[in-house]
Design a protein around this ligand. Structure first.
Ligand code: UD1
Length: 368
């Protein structure tokens, strides 16, 4: 069995790291198969890409397709052309894609058109908001993938609603991102600027913003920063800014308790999450990480494809009501926030379960 594991953008790297490790373990245990990693190059800044390979010990990719930035059409089209070239003449049996980025969509389309089976890790999640490119990526990927490794029962139901048979195709295994979190928690490390900026554990807020609907609108961005700053009672707000957000920020006067930083590596970033009073974000993965770590999370979005982080975990959606940020932060400071629980199977063993299922399916995977 020949497997190709795809990664393209920052949130993919922490999802493939434990899968690669579980595949390596199966080989060490005597299972006979090969796997290679393909990096599409969707993210190329060292701080958005290479640092995760180094910190999480991800094996060197067989190739980097070096597609870089562009419109969604340009980026996806370039991945499609380059990934098809890569696969030509190779006997690949299975392509594993993770998450919902453009690389996930593009590589799924190529593999399926070449008659190669596709497994989608984190399949089935839905925001039902087609204004988000990620939702389109999820819908297309799930409509043609063969196997689905899911993070929640809600995801299983979403897949069954679009006609995917549960038996033999949908496998509720848990969350590979949480595998990475659990494996690396002892290695989380304090960023150097915590000393220079006198940031105290448990006292600061952590902010991340990168979605176009927040990051590209200077007025909205300015209001978000002001709301958090005013409510935080002079506590520090650590804000590692994505390149896209940094562009918009160049025209905004930052409130003085906002500590802007470069994008952080995994070990520094997760340290910031674990020791924050609360996190304010528009990310998908951070909703899951805060739920696991039981840190209050305010999500700057109208919806979430990860509803269990709100129904079981510590997350709430701010929706369009930016003014409500203040009240929520006051509740957090008063200590009256829901405690939250960890969703089922977010136990650090997800990647092992994925590999077990793949080995059970190998006859079917090898014989299209
Ligand atoms: C992508 C994913 C998003 C994910 C996010 C995490 C899609 C549709 N979006 O969004 O789901 O949550 O990654 O970061 O796949 N840029 C750099 N350096 C880089 C990469 C990007 O400076 O290494 C800048 C470029 O100006 C680029 C912009 O960021 O135009 C956006 O990058 P892009 O890859 O299009 O999407 P993200 O916003 O990063």
């Amino acid at each position: 069995m020949n497997i190709v594991l795809i990664a393209g953008a920052r949130p993919n790297f922490m999802k493939i790291a434990p899968i690669a490790r579980a595949l390596d373990k199966a080989v060490e245990a005597g299972e006979v198969f090969q796997y290679k990693i393909v990096h599409t190059g969707q993210h190329y800044d060292p701080k958005l890409s290479q640092i995760f390979f180094d910190e999480l010990n991800i094996p060197k990719p067989d190739i980097n397709l070096e597609v870089g930035s562009g419109s969604h059409a340009q980026q996806s089209a370039e991945i499609i052309v380059k990934f098809e070239n890569y696969l030509q003449g190779k006997a690949v049996d299975l392509v594993i894609v993770v998450g919902d980025v453009n690389s996930t969509l593009a590589c799924t389309i190529v593999a399926k058109k070449m008659g190669i089976k596709v497994a989608h890790v984190e399949g089935g999640i839905r925001s039902f908001d087609l204004s988000m490119p990620e939702e389109i990526n999820r819908m297309v990927t799930d409509s043609i993938s063969d196997y689905f490794f899911t993070t929640s029962e809600v995801a299983n139901e979403n897949l069954m609603k679009i006609g995917v048979e549960k038996e033999g195709r949908i496998f509720f295994v848990g969350n590979t991102m949480i595998d990475t979190l659990i494996a690396n928690e002892p290695r989380f490390k304090e960023p150097v600027f915590f000393q220079t900026e006198q940031i105290t554990s448990g006292e600061y807020f952590l902010l991340t913003i990168h979605r176009p609907f927040n990051a590209d609108d200077p007025q909205k961005l300015e209001k978000i920063l002001r709301m958090i700053s005013e409510a935080s009672d002079d506590r520090k707000i650590v804000f590692p800014a994505h390149p896209r957000t940094r562009n918009t920020l160049s025209n905004i006067q930052l409130p003085k308790n906002i500590i802007m930083a470069e994008p952080l590596g995994y070990l520094h970033f997760l340290y910031c999450v674990k020791h924050a009073r609360a996190v304010v974000t528009d990310s998908g993965g951070i909703q899951e990480e805060t739920t696991y770590l039981k840190i209050p999370c305010l999500t700057l979005r109208n919806n979430t494809e990860r509803p269990e982080t709100a129904s079981i975990g510590t997350n709430i959606l701010i929706k369009d009501d930016l003014d409500s940020i203040k009240g929520h932060i006051q509740n957090i400071l008063a200590g009256s926030w829901k405690k939250g629980n960890i969703p089922p199977l977010w136990d650090g063993k997800t990647s092992g379960r994925i590999v077990e299922h793949l080995l059970e399916l190998r006859t079917e995977i090898e014989n299209p």
